[in-house]
Design a protein around this ligand. Sequence first.
Ligand SMILES: Cc1cc2nc3c(=O)[nH]c(=O)nc-3n(C[C@H](O)[C@H](O)[C@H](O)COP(=O)(O)OP(=O)(O)OC[C@H]3O[C@@H](n4cnc5c(N)ncnc54)[C@H](O)[C@@H]3O)c2cc1C
Length: 382
Amino acid sequence: MDYNLSDEHLMLKDQVRKFCDIELAPKAQELDETQEFPWGVYQKAGQLGLVGSYLPAEYGGAGGDLFSKAIIYEEFVRACFGFNLSLNAADLLFCNNVNKHGTEDQKKKYLPPICRGEVLGCWCLTEPGSGSDALSIKSSCVKDGDYFILNGQKTFITNAPEAQYFVMLTREPGSKRMEGGTAFILERGMKGLSTGKKFNKMGGRCSPTGEVFMEDLRVHQDYVLGAPGRAFHQMFASLDVERSLTPFSSIGIAQAALEVATKYALERAQFGKPIAEYQLIQEKLARIATGVEMARTFAYKVVWMVMNGKKVTKEAAMIKYYASRMVQHAVHDGLQVFGGYGYMKEYPIERYYRDARMLEIGAGTTEIQKVIIARELFREFK
Ligand SMILES: Cc1cc2nc3c(=O)[nH]c(=O)nc-3n(C[C@H](O)[C@H](O)[C@H](O)COP(=O)(O)OP(=O)(O)OC[C@H]3O[C@@H](n4cnc5c(N)ncnc54)[C@H](O)[C@@H]3O)c2cc1C
């Protein structure tokens, strides 16, 4: 096994780190306060090939592998979790689904503007009454000649308030569970499609989150994404890429927490010497550092498995569960190192603490990851 990233990957990491240090990290605190999505940074990232980096060049991507995407992902999160949350909903949730299941025309139309950082896309599954039990969605599609009539409501949708494109999950009335699901690509401005105002969130605050409403939305069948009635089968089949990358949110925040806490411990003196010299402080830093390294190593293994066509249902749930718990300890211990200053907004650890909380909720809660792991274990033992 080769655990080293290639020279090309290391150069990319260096390039993204520099970009983030100049363009993103200095703005992160202000973005958290204003809750504004940094469109300018997104456009610059698009110009540098950092949006849709893993997508084929013919659709505007940089044609990179998933390791490259993981590197970009972690670096963006390390600088500003909210920015990556939105970028990710656009170039992974929206684009990966269109790239996997879309027609040639759909790919040519929808992927390049996102890769250029011009528009945001979003992926709409969750509804007010349907979260962890994703197959219980009620948003409906009724066939009417060459058209479909859509009705329903979505909530907690990343980018919804500012997105141009929407992947919309619906089902045929009367259908149940895996059957009868149909996905559509919708565009802002379509009659019957509207979005609510931006939610005021605890963390990831520069990423706009909101509701989507469909009221007798009449859409031509050309806007169906993938095979009608097969949306849930397709969704589960293409989840691996998203699931393998999600843990890099936890790793990026924990890495940032480790860096600021270590620096602070070396600078802050109490009882006549730097607090870094106290073993109770060292224990916290050692624990954060170990957690980050363990999570990163396993996360890259899961990405490698996806790149090599292996099934990762259990492993992706394991790393999502492990990394999102790890980061809770990391930001807790990291903030403790700062004492009272950690509770103030002057230091970024306060933001990391809030940002991290979402990682046990979004993309499948911690409880659901454990349910998946147990289910896969039972399958192996049967
Ligand atoms: C910031 C943010 C961004 C998001 N972005 C998107 C997006 O872009 N698109 C999208 O479609 N969705 C998005 N979501 C929604 C997210 O995926 C859901 O919030 C998540 O799946 C949980 O659903 P829920 O909030 O309805 O909680 P519920 O499913 O109601 O869960 C409530 C609690 O019950 C627990 N629980 C539920 N079922 C079980 C069970 N079987 N066993 C044990 N415990 C259980 C849960 O773990 C949780 O602790 C986003 C959410 C947030 C917070």
